[in-house]
Write a protein that binds this ligand. Structure first.
Ligand SMILES: *Cc1c(COP(=O)(O)O)cnc(C)c1O
Ligand code: SF4
Length: 449
């Protein structure tokens, strides 16, 4: 059983990590990488992760170590060397310039997040809201835009690095309620971050209680995206306001809403500690549902056995496997990405080995500009090997679940690298043929960004 003393929750950043009890166990070359890479990609971890989730006898290959600590190859070799030399030289101005350049090259806003999904109310932009699919509104409470530990693959990473113009967060909950009152087609609100569970229960209440009002009866489902179940299960068990939080969940369920915690679990190690299991049981005890989702990532969970254990243990504890995502085209992408064909094989092998109760999971799915695209197989049709694809979610009406096909490409890692199969000029959902775009790679995901 984990020690529940407050010292256990201690967070670490790039500077303070050198004072953690485990720092001594990290070899010199890895320490240098932590320092250099964490100048570009935000770094944060906590004592619970260090004590309970990382197996220090297995570093650097331990998956939770890989997931929490920055590594040299997350940057291009030239960038790494340039940054390291600038840090050593003490030239702060030049260093800041270099950091900005490297970040800008890392596609900080994939899938048109800033330009395409920001809604308006009476001609005013509503801060903190994204509305991409009709039924679902994403809300980014300003107080929940940080996380218990940062994953360097996270597409939210620009929010953590303190560049104001890259932020988008709400000033208050009133904008959300006002927007929802005017949008009766919306049934789902997804509160996301960062990690909204970083907020104290009182702050969360101020965002959630207004959604229970009679004039928002069309809001049927409230989801909260969180990593706390894995990285800070004390939030639901032993924090001073853990019990208040569970009472809040009960009130939401009691008001007739479906409450789902969209739990971000990357690896079964996060579910093994007794306190993590206790957290899950306490949450489901309120009537809330826990749904599990994660990208498939090289070095972390590119092994069907990891998914099999995650889903099986999750289901046993009352959680519902939901999505396996493809690592997005942002951040330290080259470090974590896998060919789509490999992601599909991992999914299929893991899926085949679990109970039907775990087969609620869908994937591998790419959150691309036009929508969520599922890789459904790699069949050979009329003598041509292809990717069978379909939309699980789409901006465009009438395209969901219609099978379509892309040319098989064993090296492709993202949707924008795929071209139509069978010599066709465009995919069925594209309005204009792509004939006038040069080359074969069609940058669908970058349109308009
Ligand atoms: C995934 C996602 C949702 C939720 O989709 P579901 O399939 O309902 O889980 C909503 N908005 C955006 C932008 C998403 O990427
Ligand atoms: S837990 Fe989720 S939101 Fe937090 S850093 Fe990781 S991927 Fe991003």
């Amino acid at each position: 059983m984990a020690d529940l003393s407050p010292a256990k929750y201690k967070p670490y950043n790039r500077s303070s990590i050198t004072r953690s009890p485990q720092w001594e166990r990290i070899p010199q070359d890895l320490r240098e990488a932590v320092e250099v890479v964490a100048h570009v990609l935000p770094f944060r971890t906590n004592q619970y992760v260090l004590d309970e989730l990382i197996n220090w006898d297995k570093i650097p290959d331990d998956p939770i170590f890989r997931l929490n600590f920055p590594h040299r190859t997350m940057l291009e070799p030239d960038d790494y060397t340039a940054l390291r030399d600038l840090i050593r030289s003490g030239d702060k101005q030049q260093l800041a310039k270099q950091i900005f350049e490297v970040r800008t090259r890392m596609n900080p806003h994939p899938a048109g997040q800033l330009s395409h999904n920001v809604p308006e109310l009476d001609g005013q932009v509503v801060p903190g809201i994204q509305h991409k699919y009709d039924q679902t509104v994403l809300f980014f409470p300003s107080a929940g835009q940080t996380c218990h530990a940062y994953c360097t693959f996270c597409f939210r990473w620009p929010q953590f690095v303190g560049e104001e113009d890259l932020h988008f967060a709400a000033r208050d909950a009133e904008g959300l309620a006002a927007y929802l009152r005017r949008h009766p087609e919306v049934t789902d609100v997804l509160i996301t971050g960062g990690d909204p569970m970083i907020m104290r229960t009182g702050a969360l209440e101020r965002y959630l209680e207004p959604l229970l009002a009679p004039d928002l009866a069309h809001i049927q489902n409230i989801r909260i995206g969180t990593k706390a179940v894995g990285y800070w299960p004390q939030r639901f068990v032993s924090d001073v306001d853990a019990d208040d939080l569970l009472r809040l969940f009960e009130r939401i369920v009691g008001a007739g809403k479906h409450l789902a915690l969209m739990a971000h679990y990357n690896h079964p190690a996060e579910l093994r500690p007794a306190i993590a299991q206790q957290a899950l049981r306490r949450i489901t005890g309120t009537g809330a549902v826990v749904r599990m989702q994660s990208p498939v990532l090289r070095h972390i969970n590119d092994d069907p056995a990891a998914w099999q254990e995650l889903w099986t243990l999750g289901v046993k504890l009352g959680a519902v496997p939901y999505y396996m995502f493809v690592e997005r085209d942002t951040g330290a992408r080259s470090y974590f990405e896998l060919p789509l064909a490999e992601a599909y094989d991992i999914f299929r092998t893991a899926y085949s080995s679990v109970s039907g109760l775990s087969r609620t999971v869908r994937g591998p799915s790419m959150s691309a500009f036009p929508g969520k695209v599922l890789i459904d197989g790699t069949p050979t049709i009329r003598g041509e090997k292809v990717f069978a694809l379909q939309f699980l979610q789409a901006r465009q009406d009438g395209v969901v679940r219609r099978p379509f096909y892309a040319k098989f490409d064993p090296a492709a890692t993202w949707f924008d690298q795929l071209v139509p199969a069978f010599g066709e000029r465009s995919f069925f959902f594209e309005e204009e043929p792509a004939g006038d775009r040069p080359g074969t790679g069609r940058p669908l995901d970058l349109v308009g960004v």
